[in-house]
Design a protein around this ligand. Structure first.
Ligand code: SF4
Ligand code: F3S
Ligand code: FES
Length: 248
């Protein structure tokens, strides 16, 4: 079954641009990225869009569809009515390079600010032993495809450019939590989370969790436990001392 959809797509860059209307063919089973590709093949051949896998796994095709942050390749056209105007705009939190392509280097900067996995210095290769329960805990976080939809959605930076310097965002606070929960990591993550990565800015609104295409419980399983660790340390000096001596 084929019909003609009404698309409204952002054309331009950070300086100037506008929403442009298109009428475009839609076939059964198609997703928003198919329609964007059809536009590229027909009346908007210079339309810039970033994508790679078309399978929800590379995290490249993030955009805002009718104002909602989503992966274009995982958004089925069947979720819209045929007479609905479908507006596709670039991620709002990052500078637009052109059309639907944004400069997401903010996220790379934040990733570099987190010290990497730090096992005890005397541990030899081959001595890394973990309980299955610890493996499973971090496996959820490792499902992240770095689509940055959570980073784009969090209100701490979405409307507040000035917070970007001091706030790592949900994806990278989750990385801090993952490392802090790792039984072999001996770095001091808890103080850093608060002082360097801006954990205190998060007021657990859970918007990040809502948009995660991997359904990672970012707030409940990473951010809240990390906050609890900060509070435990702050109010219980014995917990703090114990964490220093026994490292969990
Ligand atoms: Fe995307 Fe989820 Fe990873 Fe955030 S945590 S970057 S929403 S996959
Ligand atoms: Fe932002 Fe998620 Fe916290 S949306 S405020 S990081 S719960
Ligand atoms: Fe890879 Fe959409 S194209 S996630």
């Amino acid at each position: 079954m084929t019909y003609e959809a009404h698309y409204r797509v952002w054309r331009g860059d950070d300086e100037k641009g506008e929403l442009v209307d298109y009428k475009v063919e839609v076939n059964e089973g198609e997703v928003v990225l198919d329609i964007i590709h059809r536009l590229q093949q027909t009346e908007a051949q210079d339309l810039a869009v970033r994508w790679n896998c078309k399978a929800g796994k590379c995290g490249s095709c993030s955009a805002e569809i009718n104002g909602r942050p989503r992966l274009m390749c995982m958004t089925r056209m069947s979720t819209f009515t045929e007479d609905e105007v479908i507006t596709v705009t670039p991620l709002r939190t990052f500078p637009v390079i052109r059309d639907l392509v944004t400069d997401v280097s903010f996220n790379y900067t934040k990733a570099r600010e987190i010290p990497s996995f730090a096992p005890p210095p005397d541990l030899e290769p081959g001595e890394y032993r973990m309980q299955q329960v610890d493996v499973e805990r971090s496996q959820e976080f490792r499902k992240c495809i770095e689509c940055y939809l959570c980073q784009n959605t969090c209100h701490v930076v979405r409307d507040h450019e000035e917070n970007k310097e001091n706030f790592a965002g949900p994806r990278y606070l989750m990385r801090v939590a993952e490392l802090d929960m790792h039984p072999l990591d001996v770095a001091d993550r808890v103080d850093e989370a608060q002082e360097e990565h801006g954990l205190g800015y998060c007021n657990i609104t859970k918007c990040c969790t809502e948009v995660c295409p991997e359904h990672i419980k970012i707030t409940d399983n990473a951010l809240i436990p990390l906050k609890e660790r900060v509070v435990d340390r702050k109010y219980d000096p014995l917990v703090w001392l114990g964490s220093k001596i026994f490292k969990r």
